[in-house]
Ligand binder design. Structure first.
Ligand SMILES: [Zn+2]
Length: 448
């Protein structure tokens, strides 16, 4: 099962068409990267519209065309009474019917002497008693005690801490989630990560992905400020999601896990299996694809979907490591190899091992794309005989950052197909394990 992830849309442009540039392109890139929603800013306070009616309609249609959920957000100020802010947003929600909404609650509510959080929350719930709504306050509750988080919590709001590593090492996603966990369990939060490191420049997708590892959060939003890259979107789109609490790495004497636990372990690795205690065809298929990808000391090459001793041990290890492929590919996770970036994982052991060799030489690597259906491959302009195609080949990855030369990648001696940009300096953008070539004498070809 794939935990949701999405983008916040915002723009520094003046009111007008500049605030919604390249909307279809953004939605398509987001979906291709494996994201599930985009939330658009509707309101500043009670009455200042950020996007117009027609822009919100346009945004909603673009989300629908791309297969994304449409969401709205509001920044609150307490300049007008909070009940007015709540009623204005509630009426826009009723009109535009978003899947869910966020309320950005920051210093204006923190510094107010009045019970503004309780006033807003109560008025919003009078209008929309059960609508899924989430506050997005500062990253750490303990550093901003002036906001009445309990009032929001008690009125049924979720929390999306703004865990921007750009501002401070004290704002890592794990620390932020922890600071709200007295009210909201970490696995129910919607952590918001940033794409920038302040003066130090942009965070890479691999940095973002690494900061989310081991964080038991259900949802990740990237703060989009107009220039999110494909790689950054993949960094949040491939996050592992929550690991069920009952999953632990087994000790040497641990008795066999129940079939329900095995099914939860598969789900913790990104597969979609009904937890029913029945070792049926769905569970066996997931086990088979788990075995095919497993990068333990020895492969599970038989890949027959049988719950052997080796399979049980490898699965318990993977599930307790956030979906890790195995000790021989310790930097990669099954969730990074979802079919079309959105489906169940489809990865081969030899691809995992070669990816790890690449990562060991070149450093943190984001996998932009791996196994693809024919439809998805066509939609993103892949070659008709692409090595990405599942179930024909799926022995390819598109790595990022794309800055390494063909000669350096060839010298690594791990891949038999190396694609590169046609334009100088021709950095590598594709790797595969095609037959008929060897790692020392790979097929090299312009890819874009
Ligand atoms: Zn490729």
């Amino acid at each position: 099962m794939k935990p949701p992830s999405g983008l916040w849309h915002w723009s520094p442009a003046k009111p007008g068409p500049g605030r919604l540039q390249d909307l279809d392109g953004l939605c398509k890139r987001a979906r291709t990267a494996g994201l599930d929603y985009i939330t658009f800013k509707a309101l500043d306070g009670a009455q200042d519209r950020f996007l117009t009616d027609s822009q919100l309609e346009e945004a909603k249609r673009a989300c629908e065309r791309a297969g994304l959920k449409f969401s709205l957000w509001q920044y609150v100020y307490a300049i007008k009474p909070p009940p007015e802010e709540a009623q204005s947003f509630a009426s826009l929600i009723e009109r535009f019917d978003p899947a869910f909404a966020f309320i950005d609650v920051e210093k204006e509510y923190e510094s107010s002497k009045k019970p503004v959080s309780a006033q807003y929350a109560s008025a919003f719930r009078d209008a929309l008693p059960r609508f899924p709504a989430t506050i997005a306050p500062f990253g750490r509750a303990d550093l901003h005690p002036g906001i009445d988080y309990k009032a929001w919590h008690d009125h049924g709001f979720g929390v999306a801490p703004q865990a921007y590593e750009c501002d401070s090492s004290e704002l890592t996603p794990a620390k932020c989630a922890q600071s709200f966990s007295h009210l909201w369990p970490a696995e129910k939060q919607w952590t918001v990560v940033g794409f920038h490191k302040g003066a130090r420049g942009k965070l890479s997708g691999a940095d973002i992905g690494a900061s989310l590892r081991g964080l038991p959060v259900a949802n990740i939003s990237g703060w989009y400020s107009g220039e999110a890259t494909r790689e950054q979107m993949r960094g949040i789109g491939s996050h592992a999601g929550p690991v069920p609490v009952e999953i632990r790495e087994p000790g040497p004497q641990t008795p066999d896990a129940s079939i329900e636990t095995v099914q939860r372990q598969l789900n913790a690795c990104g597969f979609t299996v009904t937890v029913d205690g029945n070792l049926g065809p769905q569970t066996r298929e997931a086990l088979r694809f788990f075995q095919i990808g497993c990068c333990g000391e020895h492969g599970l090459e038989r890949a027959d979907g049988e719950l052997t001793r080796e399979t049980r041990e490898a699965l318990a290890w993977a599930a307790s490591h956030g979906g890790g492929l195995g000790p021989k590919a310790k930097n990669f996770h099954y969730q990074e190899f979802r079919l079309d970036n959105t489906g169940d994982p489809r990865v081969r052991r030899r691809v995992g091992l070669a990816a790890q060799a690449y990562r060991d030489k070149f450093g943190p690597t984001t996998i932009l794309s791996s196994a693809r259906s024919v439809e998805h491959n066509h939609a993103i302009g892949g070659a008709t005989d692409s090595r990405h195609l599942f179930p024909e080949h799926w022995d390819a990855i598109d790595p990022s950052p794309q800055v390494h030369s063909v000669s350096d990648v060839r010298a690594l001696g791990a891949w038999t197909g190396i694609g590169h940009h046609a334009a100088a300096p021709q950095p590598v953008d594709h790797l595969d394990l095609r037959p008929g070539f060897s790692p020392s004498n790979p097929s090299v070809f312009p890819d874009h």
